[in-house]
Design a protein around this ligand. Structure first.
Ligand code: SAM
Length: 283
């Protein structure tokens, strides 16, 4: 929503909200699934909101997309098949496709988010939608993982928060089907909000992961517009990718020739160090 003073106000939490000054509204529409908007803010550039909640901004999206992509892909070491659930703005596909993967499947429920992101936020997908390795499926991600034959090395859940269409992506059922869709040694990562403000979201996911995966934890990154402190990403695998030592990880990152704005082998390792207020949310 925009209040009388020209600020876009996000009311995701009962006792806390953030506001971004709206320099310009570039687009506003209610698609079949959610109310979609692009505003321009001098500090954050173009900002996509769904039902008033910031999804992505041009200036800080690299942190979120790099950390949900490069942590599992470098940890895995030989990922060839990647599934993205959600991710309609194309930023996750962009980062995944920087790796020599064979195929990326993106399952997005709302075709409107894709069309509109391509038109109004082209810098975020940066050509990813034209890469022949990317297959886009318009479907509910929960339905898709239930029906897929699987064999994915990495599954990235780039979802909205657990309200509206994103809710099913936070259920035990979904996590169980996603685990089954992983190849041996495969890794599932999920966006789990900001645990300082949304502790139950992370607690619920971690409870489910601990019953499904041999290695279940979360890792952290700070994204300015996901306000309230560090953001948590769920990590689940039956393999030993998290034990990749620092020397191997650094070698893989250097050998990739890729450069990053946030990710590094050191940040990767450090992201799994959990402050006690987060660690206590894990079973
Ligand atoms: N980075 C954002 C955040 O954390 O707030 C989220 C990114 S946004 C690209 C999330 C996408 O998930 C949206 O495009 C939305 O349409 C999609 N989505 C929500 N529920 C879904 C579902 N059940 N299946 C597939 N995609 C879904």
């Amino acid at each position: 929503m925009t209040d009388m003073t020209g600020w876009s106000v996000e009311r995701l939490h009962e006792d806390h909200s953030q506001a971004l000054r709206v320099e310009r509204v570039l687009y506003e529409d209610a698609t079949g699934h959610q109310r979609l908007r692009v505003i321009e803010n001098p500090t954050f550039g173009r900002v996509l909101t769904l039902d008033g909640v910031v999804q992505v901004t041009e200036r800080d999206e690299f942190i979120y997309h790099e950390m949900l992509t490069h942590v599992p892909i470098f940890a895995h070491g030989t990922a060839k098949r990647v599934l993205i659930v959600g991710g309609g703005d194309g930023g996750m596909a962009r980062e995944v496709l920087r790796h020599p993967v064979g195929s990326v499947t993106m399952v997005e429920i709302d075709a409107g988010v894709i069309d509109f992101s391509r038109e109004y936020l082209p810098a975020i997908s940066d050509g990813a939608f034209d890469d022949p390795r990317l297959e886009v499926v318009i479907a509910d991600g929960a339905d898709y993982v239930r029906r897929t034959e699987g064999g994915f090395d990495v599954i990235i859940v780039d979802s909205t928060d657990p309200v509206g269409p994103g809710e099913v992506l936070f259920t035990d059922h979904f996590y169980g089907h996603a685990a089954r869709a992983l190849a041996p040694g495969g890794i599932l990562v999920t966006q789990n909000g900001v645990p300082f403000l949304q502790p139950e979201e992370l607690r619920g996911t971690m409870r489910a992961f601990s019953q499904i995966f041999a290695d279940a934890t979360c890792y952290l990154a700070t994204v300015p517009t996901y306000a309230g402190g560090a953001m948590a990403f769920g990590w689940g695998t039956d393999g030993d990718a998290r034990r990749t030592d620092m020397a191997d990880l650094s070698r893989r990152v250097a050998a990739s020739g890729l450069t990053f704005g946030y990710y590094s082998a050191e940040v990767h390792k450090g992201a799994f160090a959990l402050p006690p207020y987060v660690a206590k949310l894990l079973p």
